[in-house]
Design a protein around this ligand. Sequence first.
Ligand code: S3P
Length: 438
Amino acid sequence: MISSLSRFRVIPSAGVAGTIVIPGDKSISHRALMLAALAEGPSRITGFLRGDDCLATLTALRVMGVVCEESGRDEVVVKGMGLRGLKAPANDLDFGNSGTAMRLMAGLLSAQSFPSTLVGDASLMQRPMERVAVPLRLMGANVATVDGKPPIKITPSAGLRAIEYELPVASAQVKSAVLLAGLYAQGETRTTCSAVTRDHTERMLAGMGVDVRSSQRDHSASVVGPARLTARNLIVPGDFSSAAFFIVAGLIAGQSPLKLLNVGVNPTRIGLLHILRQMGARIDMANERDAGGEPVADLIVYRSELRGIEVPAEHVASAIDEFPILFVAAASAMGTTRVRGASELRHKESDRLAAMAAALHAVGVNAEETADGMDVTGSSISGGRVDSLGDHRIAMAMAVAGLRAAGEIEVLNTEPVATSFPGFVAAARSAGIDISAD
Ligand code: S3P
């Protein structure tokens, strides 16, 4: 069972090749469950990611009376009960490792007529929650945090009002929490932001019949409430953030082109593609199509000589989950890659700037952390032991680093890989990475 795995060992191999089908998108799977639960009638979700994070959302909805029937590996039928159909949970709602589940649910639960308490694992209990509590309070919600962190305690309010809110951090989770609360408010609830953030919530709400407006000019998004959501079949594309590990594997160690099938290529998610191409990567897109309102393609990745660059600030938000693996690409590039404007990385499942600097040092790579970024200079990678600090993306990134290492890389605390990519080890093996897990 994947969840019992606590360590990866990667030994040098000939490189990667072949075809990998990328599993469902984590962000979209959470949203599909939540929105289907608020819709009127049953929605069938296909391509659902059965990772621990999305299962935490599924469990929370069940605890609040939503019937969710799982059929097969990646299909769930959610019997939506309408905007007012959720029932009071008997206990605290436990969102495990998932910041997305907790923050989006905080928006949704702020509008309910029952109280709720939102908790999570040790990592989630340390993550900042005032970023959602502040706008929800402006809407009239009663939301309390403890020193800005979970547990989040929500008690019923007299009703929510529509607001216009400028996001102080470029966060799709905060935007989505406000928009979900806005479904219950009278009139237009609108967010603006200085940078582009993933727009899956807006796309899915629009597809379910909600009046959603958005503009590229000020990165604004709004919903008009009170809303009614129409149940519909929802398709979850493959997760670009999971594909990212194999994109870099193919670039730094491809024996022949590596094909990644069914990858979501929503423009708000593919900052890494733009960054890697500037570094000299050849990544082709084929079979571009629409799947349930999201752009999807197959990616063909060619081994490429990468060179260090200054990462353009405009791509930081749309590559925010991909920095651990980008740093591995940078370690395999000629010269120095410089990242700035990425202080949000300190508030993820771990402090990803500190964690990746330590992991790269442990395998002999020159990485210099700054307050809001890192300089990574390409060099040879040695074997070594690294601690993922229980951060799934650090664990997978350092496993990929093993493709260029002179000796074995051992990665500790890898269980949380099951939050986003339960089949990672099998996929990596099938591509030729010599990885074992115990
Ligand atoms: C997510 C948004 C991002 C991202 C996270 C998933 C989402 O977080 O890092 O993994 O599904 O909305 P922020 O909104 O905090 O940037």
